[in-house]
Design a protein around this ligand. Structure first.
Ligand code: SF4
Length: 184
């Protein structure tokens, strides 16, 4: 993987912070999954969320097929952090950037595994659980759905989790193999 080339390419996007990490440093925690189960309204409603993504152990094993990760953030300003609708409206811009950065990694490394924000919103209504996902190649599970503790991961990477009042920090994580040999 040519990091210098990648860094030149991503300079065109409004990425706030990023870090390259070793995949085995990613913190998987069952307590994150517990929060999905007990607090998230999307639990059991999307192919991009638990339980459809598999157990935390299965997610961890899927990630272990890659040796490297690229964590990055974008920022969005909102008037009211308590207003979930306003906050989620800012998400799609981050998703577009994630898709473009993901393509840059695919150009260099072939197969990648991309985790992004919230539940997949590609279809108006998710087919889960009655029929297969309509767009499995484009569907991106959220980082937390894999049981990854984003606060700890961000800290390990030196990336700020909080960026001030009225600022939403969106995270994405792209897993890849440095030598581009992932067979997933
Ligand atoms: S692409 Fe459609 S069917 Fe697949 S997870 Fe997303 S919303 Fe559900």
């Amino acid at each position: 993987m040519d990091r210098k080339k990648l860094e030149e390419q991503i300079a065109q996007y409004p990425i706030f912070e990023y870090a390259f990490i070793e995949a085995d440093k990613i913190p998987f925690r069952d307590k994150v999954r517990y929060i999905c189960e007990t607090e998230c309204p999307q639990y059991g409603r999307s192919w991009s969320c638990p339980p459809a993504v598999g157990t935390v152990r299965e997610c961890r094993e899927r990630c272990a097929r890659f040796d490297s990760g690229f964590l990055f953030t974008t920022l969005a300003e909102v008037n009211d952090m308590e207003n979930m609708e306003e906050m989620l409206d800012t998400r799609m811009e981050h998703e577009k950037i994630t898709e473009q950065v993901r393509r840059l990694f695919m150009e260099q490394c072939g197969k990648v595994l991309t985790l992004s924000t919230e539940s997949c919103a590609l279809c108006k209504t998710c087919t889960y659980p009655d029929a297969p996902c309509r767009r499995p190649e484009q569907m991106l599970p959220c980082v937390e759905s894999y049981g990854i503790l984003v606060t700890e991961l961000a800290e390990k990477c030196g990336i700020s989790f909080m960026n001030g009042a009225g600022v939403v920090t969106w995270f994405s994580l792209i897993l890849y193999r440095e030598d581009g040999t992932a067979q997933v």
